[in-house]
Design a protein around this ligand. Structure first.
Ligand SMILES: [Zn+2]
Length: 297
């Protein structure tokens, strides 16, 4: 997710705890993994990587460990060679394709835990769920874009290289805590909006859905006329302030997300796995309802 230049930094300085947490984990007795611990471990795995190649290595390992073959799509951006990771998740080749995805890269400041190891770990969790229990009417692929922070370059390269056009692209960016889903949709009447409202309510979450939303990879698809939506998860109270900042107006208070992302404070300490799992459950249920509806109509 990119930020307007006007945002002031208010660092909170928690990074040192990251390594202490990792050392402690080695001595702890092995406990059964849960959706929350798996998501947290994926965020920590990406956040502890030294660079974007290390973040991708974590994702490749995880995808391979679940038997998903990874296709590495390279592209040039100036002197840089970017790498998108794309994997077939489940479904029949004859079915229309649902593409879920998130950007794997981070800016140089901080560890990119919330922006966007959080969204990458959500896309991975959903891919595992759709692999374990395929959708009725859609094939699923998962993609991890590179160089989003340089201007949505990876997603744009996917389209420029005429890769497969999905029936729908579902993006995840900044999905780290809070009591609310934030959904970007170009069309309020899209059936996934209604199913997302129902699913959020079922999880006791709020939801804001609409066109006003920060830039992320869904925009590259929409610009090409390809169908796309995007999800974030933060505190409901943060959303009006974020929109105020993007609208060039001073927010009543600087929302947490803007104090954390693109700063030295974007570390694992700020994410909340127990909250996020409710968000993942809600999005899974919303997508399955949309899929079932499409499959029967
Ligand atoms: Zn981002």
């Amino acid at each position: 997710m990119s930020l307007p230049s006007s945002v002031r930094r208010a660092p909170l300085a928690f990074a040192a705890l990251l390594f202490a947490g990792a050392a402690l984990a080695q001595d702890a007795p092995q406990t059964a993994s849960t959706p929350a611990t798996t998501w947290q471990a994926d965020v920590a795995g990406m956040a502890s990587a030294e660079d974007n190649a290390g973040r991708r290595a974590h994702l490749r390992e995880r995808l391979a460990s679940t038997g998903m073959a990874v296709d590495v799509q390279t592209f040039a951006y100036g002197e840089i060679t970017g790498e998108n990771l794309i994997a077939e998740v489940s479904g029949d080749p004859a079915q229309p394709m649902l593409l879920i995805g998130a950007h794997s890269d981070r800016v140089s400041a901080g560890r990119g835990a919330t922006d966007n190891a959080s969204g990458s770990a959500v896309a991975l969790a959903l891919a595992e769920r759709f692999r374990a229990q395929p959708l009725q009417g859609h094939r699923v692929q998962v993609a991890f874009w590179d160089l989003e922070e340089e201007g949505l370059r990876g997603a744009a390269a996917y389209i420029a290289q005429q890769r497969e056009k999905p029936a729908l692209y579902v993006n995840f960016d900044v999905f780290g805590w809070g009591d609310s889903l934030w959904m970007m949709t170009p069309d309020d009447a899209h059936p996934l909006v209604a199913s997302s409202r129902d699913a959020a309510q079922a999880q006791g979450l709020q939801i804001t859905a609409g066109t006003r939303y920060p830039p992320s990879d869904h925009l590259a698809f929409l610009k090409a006329g390809w169908p796309a939506v995007s999800y974030s998860m933060i505190g409901a109270a943060e959303i009006p302030d974020i929109l105020a900042v993007f609208g060039g107006k001073p927010p009543t208070s600087m929302p947490k997300v803007m104090q954390v992302i693109h700063s030295a404070d974007d570390t694992v300490e700020h994410v909340d796995a127990d909250a996020v799992v409710k968000g993942i459950d809600a999005v899974e249920a919303a997508i399955r309802a949309w899929d079932a509806d499409a499959a029967t109509h």
